[in-house]
Ligand binder design. Structure first.
Ligand SMILES: Cc1cc2nc3c(=O)[nH]c(=O)nc-3n(C[C@H](O)[C@H](O)[C@H](O)COP(=O)(O)OP(=O)(O)OC[C@H]3O[C@@H](n4cnc5c(N)ncnc54)[C@H](O)[C@@H]3O)c2cc1C
Ligand code: FES
Length: 429
């Protein structure tokens, strides 16, 4: 039976449906407008929060820079060893405060202190650098963490590491040491917010610890990954602190790699990966290659990681590394590529005090290395352009720096450990 649509009851029903439809549409419109407004507000709030965090990080970085500039010192200053802590096998931390009790500057995360150590058995002072391993915002003390070095395995008649053993065996609490102000260019800019990967091998973790502390303290929500490679729990320093920072900061992650775990080391509890820090591990854990990478550790580790990162497409400016010793990555430049130089391009270097002339053929990484290979004495300390011990007067010619010096010397002298000749040279050595 056909329904008569003209009856009042049907008209009434149709009216109700129509009104319901209009009401539904209005409701939907209202809901979607409300959602857009709420979304816009939340977005604005997030943006404001991000802006506030950025500004806070920039202010903290600026404060740090100003404080460093305001209360730094030149030459060596006396510091008292306030506390010595055993951190792990052969690793001790030394807490230092100024002997004069006056203010001392904070530092940029990644910087180090240079020590002038006077030992009883030698008149010649020892100059060595040690990275600051605590927070750059720490006001009470400086902290350095030193690994004691034995002679290389299977060697005879070789002395153990002079400075590290001196610190471990002879330096006691309340002793006084001579210290140069924090320096070094291997630093993390806390005002930036690009995600960061910190990679520390062995004792090379020390500058990473100060960078990690700095990131957490600026509360910048900056994504940060720490990859820490050691043999086993016996070498693990600041374990509780690292765990604490990871727990308190959801943007901070730590991946601990043991290359030779002990029977008691439990994977998933004491460490995360069985093996070394490799490029494959980085690729498997990081969502992309879009990070700033900071690396410090043994030469072979740095060599393989920097090569791997470049092959992965990470630009050079995002790969920063520091070496703790001469077994460093040799930074090649146009002029220093080993064995590159044709005979006509080789430069003569005259060492006037030693009355020796040697040809620079590009097979040494620095003037210091060339001098040592020819039994010419140039004193050295850090061998990284930091401590100034290898400063040598330049009587003639010009040098090129293969690494940025801690402080650029005048043009009439050069830091032999990080320079190569640009022209024929006469050196006062
Ligand atoms: C910027 C910077 C930051 C650093 N930060 C830290 C840090 O935070 N913590 C840390 O522990 N270290 C750090 N270092 C390394 C530190 O400065 C020292 O180089 C390190 O402690 C070794 O010094 P040493 O005097 O004990 O050893 P050295 O006396 O210099 O000897 C080094 C090694 O060579 C061996 N050796 C000596 N003579 C010979 C020979 N003829 N043939 C073969 N081998 C020989 C020794 O037995 C020893 O194993 C840093 C270095 C730099 C440049
Ligand atoms: S050895 Fe330290 S600056 Fe050259």
């Amino acid at each position: 039976m056909l329904r008569d649509f003209n009856t009042p009851s049907v008209m009434y029903e149709l009216g109700i449906v129509l009104v319901a439809l209009i009401a539904l549409q209005a409701l939907l419109y209202f809901y979607s407008s409300l959602r857009s407004v709420l979304y816009a507000r939340a977005y604005q709030k997030l943006n404001l929060q991000a802006l506030r965090t950025r500004v806070l990080a920039e202010v903290k970085q600026e404060q740090l820079t100003q404080e460093v500039a305001a209360s730094t010192w030149s030459g060596f200053r006396k510091f008292r060893v306030r506390r010595i802590i055993d951190e792990a096998r052969d690793i001790k931390s030394f807490y230092l405060v100024p002997h004069d009790g006056k203010p001392f500057p904070r530092f940029q995360p990644g910087q180090y202190l240079t020590f002038n150590l006077k030992r009883r058995e030698s008149e010649k002072p020892l100059v060595r650098c040690y990275s600051l391993s605590d927070s750059p915002f720490q006001k009470d003390h400086y902290r350095i963490s030193i690994k004691r070095l034995d002679p290389p395995p299977n060697t005879v008649d070789i002395e153990p590491g002079l400075s590290s053993n001196f610190f471990h065996r002879e330096v006691a609490e309340d002793d006084i040491v001579d210290v140069k102000a924090p320096s070094g260019n291997f630093t993390l800019d806390l005002s930036r917010n690009k995600p960061v990967v910190l990679i520390g091998g062995g004792i090379g973790v020390t500058p990473m610890l100060s960078m990690l502390e700095g990131i957490c303290e600026t509360e910048s929500n900056r994504e940060c990954w720490l990859f820490y490679g050691i043999r086993n729990s016996g070498e693990y320093i600041m374990r509780d602190r690292i765990k604490g920072l990871v727990t308190q900061n959801e943007d901070v992650h730590a991946e601990i790699c043991f290359s030779n775990p002990t029977d008691d080391d439990a994977i998933g509890i004491d460490f995360h990966h069985n093996g070394r820090v490799t490029i494959d591990l980085l690729k498997s854990k990081l969502p992309s290659n879009n990070y700033e990478f900071y690396i410090c550790g043994p030469g072979p580790m740095m060599e393989s990681l920097t090569t791997g990162l470049k092959e992965w497409g990470v630009p050079n400016q995002d790969i920063r590394f520091e070496s703790f010793g001469p077994a460093s990555i040799k930074k090649t430049t146009e002029a220093s590529r080993a064995g590159d130089l044709a005979p006509e391009k080789q430069l003569e270097i005259e060492f006037s005090k030693s009355s020796k002339s040697v040809s620079w053929d590009g097979s040494y990484s620095s003037i210091l290395e060339l001098a040592e290979a020819h039994n010419i004495t140039i004193e050295s300390g850090c061998r990284a352009g930091s401590c100034g011990t290898c400063l040598t007067a330049l009587k003639q010619g010009e040098v090129e720096y293969i690494e940025e010096p801690g402080t650029l010397p005048e043009s009439s002298s050069c830091l032999a450990c990080i320079s190569i000749p640009k022209s024929k040279l006469i050196l006062d050595a």
